[in-house]
Ligand binder design. Structure first.
Ligand code: DC
Length: 683
């Protein structure tokens, strides 16, 4: 998705179909790091491609790893525990799964091999604590300096240049005594040590001891599981003591598959529980064989009423009990996915209480405060404390613009509020409301295609799917305007002229005459036309350029006067009205095809201006043209389009008239977006 200020999701009524999950973030970043540190090459299949994994890959490249990227796999040539560079400045975005383990691994390697590495991130990363990990690294004898505030990134790890005569980690690091680390703020500190300390392995084992209760244990289990895949079997004693065996060496497994992301699955499990009433929602990528703790979200969703069938690596979800059952749940084991339960609570009878979630406060945002505020914006009653949240569903839902705090999970889980027509058993007396998600591209952190995936499995009442029409004469710039508006709003785009032009092109190719109405209608009804962003395909062939030929446009104008041709193309146009919305341009979008459109724009420009624009376009393409001839042709086409008895070109009664003769494209786009904002319920 492009960088857009918001995405409006219309009220949703049902969901079914198949979702393919992106790779697990937690597994991907651990595997990328392990593959980067180990000896030999590792081929990684289905790794997540998102902001968090890109910063990890960029860091590994900066450290000297060679990485070959293929279509669905990556091959990383590991450093074999030897740094390829001795100085680097790594930018790690807001990826805790990159910052914590890289800090530990580089501190340990710099201590024995020398070097200087600076680690920084986005402003929010600089508010996320790392002091407990650094305290543990300092016990070991690593050198870590704060470059900003004490206890938070940015920071620098360094070590004296390696002495090759005596070199060897055990001469530098104090690994004889157990290393103590706090486990009650973030489990990533322990995971980071577990991933880094094998690099300091020597003739004796290394022991880590956890102070305080270890939270988010399942994430540590992922770490242990992947360490084992790379040849290191850690001894675990009551989740308090972890022993890395003597002479541990990372060994590449050669090849490794990354399973789908279980936290990302939670949004679709919830969606199925709320909206898969008739047919199930299949979620491919995780199942009962998953090594991710968030797969336990399935049990929580079942407790609320979901019907879930688990395969080895896929799930099938249906609505079971509905309205959902309110629950009171300790969420320590599923901190990330638990946010999704907070949104499911909007669809439950009674008050849902989620406890043991203090770690929410130090994640991508202060998630307890953020969720409380946004759920209240939707109309829910919320109580929140240091480590709990309590949600009672809205009596009346409010159309809300959801702030997302640059936190992917806030955007994804709260998008499900768009299922509000189903709340309270689907009573039609509840006014269905759209939901606006601000800064939707924040999902790029872990699930770049989240909204496209969501929209591919949900259904809304047609009347609830917004349509903006842009009609106007040829060369008025309506195509440019409409596609820019569609892009800004994240809506689908229909260039209805392309359908008439494609009919004309097909008719020319098939030798169907311009006066053979029935023959032309058959051609129109059988068009295999695909309008993709920036490309039109006819029967699989890219015809984008060809459709713009003057003779094709002229024939399109002629044949579009036939009622049977127009009727044959009607269905093709109507089916573009899909979630989340549509911007359609043409001649009769606002008058005939979408007479109930939410905003109708009639775009004009003087014939002289339009002739000039067309002239410029043709010259740019290297086609010589005469401006007076073009103007005469435009006027003739206007006359034909306006005077035909069926669907003549004219503004709808309720259209906003926009003359763009003196406006830049951006000014026209802004004028339409501003008219659109005024019609939306978000204030
Ligand atoms: O918008 P355009 O220039 O690509 O359209 C090509 C021809 O198709 C135009 O001359 C008239 C016809 N047309 C139509 O009749 N109704 C529409 N909705 C769109 C185009």
């Amino acid at each position: 998705m492009f960088s857009i200020p918001f995405i409006d999701i219309p009220p949703l009524r049902s969901a079914h179909g198949v979702v393919h999950l992106p790779g697990s973030k937690s597994i991907s970043n651990r595997v990328l790091l392990l593959a980067g540190l180990c000896e030999g090459a590792t081929r990684i299949h289905d790794a997540l491609d998102s902001e968090d994994t890109r910063v990890m890959l960029a860091a590994l490249r900066q450290l000297g790893c060679k990485i070959d990227a293929g279509d669905a796999s990556l091959t990383i040539h590991g450093l074999g525990g030897r740094l390829g560079r001795s100085v680097a400045s790594l930018f790690l975005g807001n990826a805790g799964t990159a910052m914590r383990p890289l800090c530990a691994a580089l501190a340990v390697m710099a201590a024995s091999q020398g070097g200087r590495f600076e680690l920084s991130g986005l402003p929010r990363m600089h508010e996320r604590p790392i002091g407990d990990l650094v305290a543990a690294l300092r016990q070991l004898g690593c050198n870590v300096e704060w470059l900003g505030e004490v206890g938070y990134p940015p920071l620098r790890v360094s070590g004296a240049a390696a002495d090759h005569r005596t070199g060897g980690a055990d001469t530098q690091l104090r690994i004889h005594a157990p290393i103590r680390v706090r486990g009650d703020v973030s489990s990533q500190f322990l995971s980071a040590l577990l991933l880094a300390l094998p690099l300091a392995s020597s003739a004796q084992p290394i022991t880590i001891e956890v102070d305080g209760d270890l939270i988010s244990r399942p994430y540590v289990e992922i770490t242990l599981n992947l360490l084992a895949r790379f040849g290191i079997v850690v001894e675990v004693d009551a989740w308090r003591r972890f022993v890395i065996p003597a002479r541990s060496v990372y060994r590449s497994p050669g090849e490794i598959h990354v399973e789908g992301d279980a936290s990302s699955a939670s949004y679709f499990i919830a969606l199925g529980a709320i909206a898969a009433g008739d047919a199930p929602l299949r979620i491919v990528g995780v199942g009962k064989d998953s090594i991710q703790g968030d797969i336990a979200f399935v049990d929580a969703a079942r407790a609320m009423g979901a019907e879930v069938t688990c395969g080895a690596s896929e799930l099938e979800v249906r609505r079971g009990t509905f309205p959902l059952r309110a629950i009171d749940l300790d969420c320590n084991h599923i901190p990330d996915a638990a946010m999704t339960l907070a949104v499911m609570a909007l669809f439950a009878r009674g008050t849902t209480r989620l406890t043991h979630i203090a770690s929410w406060r130090v994640k991508e945002s202060d998630r307890i405060a953020a969720m409380a505020t946004q759920l209240r914006n939707l109309g829910a009653s919320v109580r929140a404390g240091a480590d709990f949240i309590e949600i009672t569903p809205p009596r009346t839902w409010q159309a809300a613009a959801i702030q997302t705090y640059d936190d992917h999970r806030i955007a994804m889980c709260l998008s499900l509020a768009a299922c509000n027509p189903l709340a309270l058993g689907g009573s039609r007396s509840v006014m269905p409301i759209p939901v606006r998600i601000l800064d939707p591209q924040c999902v790029a952190k872990t699930f770049p295609d989240y909204f496209e995936t969501l929209f591919s499995v949900v259904h809304a009442d047609e009347a609830d799917i917004p349509v903006i029409t842009v009609d106007g004469p040829t060369a008025s710039g309506k195509g440019t305007l409409a596609s820019a508006v569609a892009q800004q709003l994240g809506y689908h785009f229909l260039d209805s002229g392309a359908a008439y032009r494609a009919t004309a092109l097909s008719a020319m190719r098939a030798g169907v005459a311009a006066d053979d109405e029935a023959g032309l209608a058959t051609v129109a009804a059988n068009l295999d036309l695909q309008c993709l962003p920036g490309q039109t395909r006819l029967g699989g062939e890219d015809v984008t350029e060809m459709l713009r030929f003057e003779e094709v446009g002229a024939l399109a104008s002629k044949i579009s006067a036939w009622p049977k041709v127009r009727a044959a193309l009607r269905q093709f146009q109507l089916k573009h009205r899909r979630v989340p919305g549509l911007v359609a341009d043409g001649r009769d979008m606002g008058t005939v095809i979408f007479p109930g459109a939410d905003l109708k724009v009639f775009l004009t420009a003087s014939a002289a201006t339009r002739a000039e624009r067309r002239h410029k376009q043709l010259i740019l393409k290297g086609i010589s043209a005469n401006i007076d001839g073009l103007r005469a042709e435009l006027e003739a086409r206007d006359e034909r389009d306006q005077s035909r008895p069926v669907s003549p070109l004219k503004p709808a009664q309720d259209a906003v008239l926009l003359d763009n003769s003196a406006l830049s494209v951006q000014a026209s786009v802004d004028a339409v977006l501003s008219a659109w904002q005024q019609r939306r319920p978000f204030g």
